[in-house]
Write a protein that binds this ligand. Structure first.
Ligand code: LER
Ligand code: MN
Length: 254
């Protein structure tokens, strides 16, 4: 949410649970939008969990990023992400670092990646308090000029050397950037901690041209046991997107 169901939280959680979802991913516009007590209650009422929270609101609303040349903005970005790591940690879920990685822009790529590494290391360490990994998501070339493939992202994590930072494999970005999506999944097996299960055009699985059989096969082959989250456009309608996505999940994973 609000990609698929929402923006009304109560209604969205109720609908997701009714359709058979085990968990939901939240994309809040701000830290204040995460009402911990209310979410806890909704999870209990509907027997559903919260898997993940996206931090991209910090970028969308305030253009906060870990690679901004301005130290003040980088500091605010870290504070914002820490507050979301803590909030989702209290709810038993993981925080995602996607858009907040920012872009190198005018600075050197090395400098930007060093800044990103510091942020991932610090936030990954912080997330240990809740025994939750931090998720780092490589984005396609139109959304970042830093790292766009699982292979490069895995190398970055090897360099950082923090075992509590994992990768988010988003099939939409991978469709644009990877030579071979199933092989990229196999090669990054040890790093993958979350999946965005979505078709080539950001529509629900089945509405684009991604071949899901070999991708689901690769995830099973590596013994992936995490969530597959449906980060899809609410198309043709919100409900149809949510239904199509849970049906795709059942088709490929049950
Ligand atoms: C976030 O998960 C993502 O995939 C991006 O394309 C949006 O920032
Ligand atoms: Mn994604």
């Amino acid at each position: 949410m609000p990609f698929v169901l929402g923006p009304d939280l109560e209604q969205g959680v109720a609908q997701a649970a009714e359709m058979g979802y085990d968990a939901f991913e939240l994309f809040p516009p701000s830290r204040e939008a995460i009402e911990i007590a209310k979410i806890r209650e909704l999870c209990i009422t509907h027997a559903i969990e919260i898997s993940t929270v996206g931090t991209g609101g910090g970028w969308v609303a305030d253009k906060l990023s870990f690679t901004d040349p301005d130290a003040g903005i980088r500091g605010r970005a870290i504070e914002y992400a820490r507050s979301l790591v803590a909030a989702v940690g209290d709810l038993g879920g993981m925080a995602i670092i996607g858009s907040m990685q920012g872009r190198a822009g005018e600075q050197s790529r090395e400098e930007a990646i060093a800044r990103l590494s510091d942020a991932l290391n610090e936030l990954g360490e912080y997330a240990r308090k809740w025994e939750q990994p931090l998720l780092y998501e490589p984005l396609n070339r139109y959304e970042t000029d830093l790292i766009s493939t699982l292979g490069e992202a895995g190398q970055l994590l090897d360099t950082i050397g923090n075992s509590n930072v994992k990768l988010l494999a988003d099939l939409f970005h991978m469709n644009i950037e990877e030579v071979d999506v199933p092989n990229a999944i196999r090669a990054a097996a040890n790093h993958i901690g979350h999946v965005h299960f979505v078709d080539s055009n950001r529509w629900p699985a089945g509405f684009g041209h991604t071949r899901f059989a070999p991708i689901a096969g690769a995830l099973k082959e590596i013994g992936y046991e995490g969530y597959v989250a449906m980060e899809v456009f609410p198309l043709p309608t919100q409900k149809e997107a949510a239904h199509a996505s849970i049906n795709a999940f059942k088709k490929w994973f049950r």
